[in-house]
Design a protein around this ligand. Structure first.
Ligand code: PLP
Length: 425
C-alpha cells in the first residue's frame, strides 16, 4: 500500500492544450501516448475557454450547472450529470414546497424569520432517525460539519482513502499531517479492511475517514465489515464515517440500506456525517447533520452554530421527519436506484469505457480508446449539452483517463448513453 505523506494538494488541474499552446510540464508527457484531440470550431473553442476559466476559479470542485448556465449563456446545458443528486427526490420536495409553502403564501415566514436553533431541529429529526437528540448536530450542509470536525477534533494526523472527496484533506489544519490509503485501480478501487488496519496500526492517526459509498468511485463497504472495523478502530480518537450516499446503497433483500449511525451509542469515537444534498436532491438549501457523542455536540454548540440552518432547510427537515414524506421518498429512492442501475449497465455495454463497481448514484468511468477524459467532457458539454466531471484533479487517479458520470432521470440517461456511444467511436 502506497502511503503518501505530502500535505500539498498537488496540481489542481491538468489543462490539456486543446491546440491553444498552453505550456505545462505534463503536456510534454501526456498521460496516454495516443491521446486523440477534438477539433473545436472557433465558437466551441471560445465556450471551452470560458468554462475552463470558471473551473479554475472553483478550486478542486466543479462549477455548478447553475454557474455555467449564468456565466456561459451560449452553452445549451441540457443534462447535469456532474452534480450527484436524485432528481426524483428534488421533484418530490418541490411538490411539497408548492402545496405547503408557496401556494398558501407561507414563504414569507421562512425568509423573514430566524430558523430554529440547532437543538430544536435536532429534536424534530431524532424520532424519525431513531437517535438520541443530544447526539445530533445540524450543519449548514455536511461541509460545515466536516470543517468543524477537522478544525476542532482532528489533532496531529488524519488518514484518508484516495481517491476521495477533497474536503477531507484540503480543510485539515496546516499542522495536521495527512496520510493516504491509496485504493488500487487493479483491485477496482475496492477497500481492503485488513490492509487498512495495518496502516492504522503503523501510522497511528488520531482521525480516520471512511466515505461509504465512496466518492468518486462509488465503492461500498458492507455493513458487517463496517461493524467489525468500528470494533477494530475503537482506540482511534475520531472515526468519521461519511454516509452522504448511503440511501443509494442497498444490501440484503429488497432495496434496504444500512447506516452505522446508531453505533455512536456503542462507539463514542464515531462521527457519522450525512449530507442531504445528494440523496434528497436539495444542495441549494444547505442541509446536513452529524451523529456523534453528546459531549461533542455540546462542545460544538458552546462555540456557535446557533442559527446555522435556514428557513428552507428547516422546512425540509420538518418534511423529512413526517411519515407521509418518508413513504413517498422511499418510492422515489427505489425508482431512482432501479433506473441508475440500468444506466450503469448500459454504460458498461458501451465500447471503450470501463465502468468501476458502484453502489452510489454515479459511476467512475475509465476511457480505454485513447481519448482524453477532459476532451470527452468538453465535447459532451459543448456539442450535446451534457455536463460530466473529469477526475483529472482527483488525487489518486491517473490524470487524463477518468470521468465521473452521475445517473439522472430515464430520458436524460438515455440521452447520455446515445451521446457517449456517438462520441466514443
Ligand atoms: C457532496 C458531499 C459532501 C458535502 O455535502 P453538503 O451537504 O452539500 O455540504 C460531503 N461529503 C461527501 C462525500 C460529498 O460527496
Amino acid at each position: 500500500m502506497i502511503v503518501q505523506r505530502t500535505r500539498e494538494p498537488g496540481p489542481k488541474f491538468k489543462p490539456f492544450s486543446l491546440g491553444l499552446g498552453l505550456t505545462a510540464p505534463w503536456l510534454q508527457k501526456p498521460p496516454t501516448p495516443d491521446l486523440r484531440r477534438s477539433h473545436f470550431n472557433a465558437r466551441e473553442q471560445a465556450i471551452v475557454e470560458r468554462i475552463k476559466q470558471l473551473k479554475r476559479e472553483a478550486g478542486s470542485h466543479s462549477p455548478s450547472a447553475w454557474t455555467l448556465a449564468k456565466q456561459v449563456p451560449e452553452l445549451r446545458l441540457k443534462v447535469d450529470a456532474c452534480f450527484l443528486s436524485n432528481p426524483y427526490a428534488t421533484n418530490l420536495f418541490l411538490g411539497h414546497l408548492h402545496r405547503e409553502v408557496i401556494r398558501p403564501k407561507r414563504l414569507r415566514a421562512l425568509l423573514e424569520l430566524y430558523p430554529s436553533q440547532n437543538r430544536v431541529i435536532a429534536n424534530k429529526l431524532a424520532p424519525v432517525l431513531g437517535l438520541d437528540p443530544d447526539s445530533l448536530f445540524i450543519g449548514n450542509g455536511a461541509i460545515e460539519i466536516i470543517q468543524a470536525i477537522l478544525h476542532r477534533l482532528t489533532d496531529r494526523k488524519i488518514l484518508v482513502n484516495l481517491p476521495t472527496f477533497s474536503a477531507y484533506y484540503e480543510f485539515a489544519r496546516p499542522e495536521t499531517q495527512v496520510v493516504f490509503n491509496v485504493l488500487r485501480k487493479e483491485e477496482d478501487f475496492r477497500f481492503d479492511p485488513v490492509r487498512y488496519l495495518e496502516i492504522v496500526r503503523r501510522e497511528r492517526p488520531d482521525t480516520v475517514v471512511l466515505i461509504n459509498p465512496n466518492n468518486p468511485d462509488g465503492g461500498y463497504i458492507a455493513h458487517a465489515t463496517m461493524l467489525w472495523l468500528l470494533e477494530e478502530l475503537r482506540d482511534v480518537p475520531n472515526v468519521i464515517v461519511d454516509e452522504s450516499f448511503i440511501h443509494f446503497a442497498t444490501e440484503g433483500i429488497g432495496y434496504t440500506y444500512r447506516s452505522v449511525a446508531d453505533e455512536v451509542r456503542r462507539h463514542p469515537n464515531l462521527i457519522v456525517v450525512k449530507s442531504m444534498s445528494k440523496d434528497f436532491g436539495v444542495a441549494g438549501i444547505r442541509a446536513g447533520y452529524a451523529v456523534m457523542d453528546p459531549d461533542r455536540v455540546r462542545a460544538l454548540l458552546d462555540n456557535g452554530f446557533l442559527w446555522n440552518s435556514s428557513g428552507l432547510a428547516e422546512y425540509f427537515f420538518d418534511l423529512y421527519s413526517r411519515p407521509d414524506f418518508q413513504e413517498r421518498y422511499e418510492r422515489e429512492r427505489v425508482r431512482f436506484i432501479r433506473n441508475s442501475r440500468r444506466f450503469f449497465a448500459a454504460l458498461r455495454r458501451t465500447e471503450g469505457l470501463r465502468v468501476y463497481p458502484t453502489q452510489a448514484n454515479f459511476a467512475l468511468v475509465e476511457l480505454q480508446n485513447g481519448l482524453s477524459a477532459e476532451d470527452l467532457v468538453w465535447r459532451m458539454l459543448v456539442r450535446r449539452g451534457i455536463y460530466t466531471r473529469t477526475c483529472d484533479d482527483k488525487r489518486g487517479l491517473e490524470p487524463g483517463r477518468f470521468l465521473r458520470i452521475a445517473a439522472r432521470n430515464r430520458p436524460e440517461n438515455r440521452y447520455i448513453i446515445r451521446s457517449l456511444r456517438r462520441m466514443m467511436v
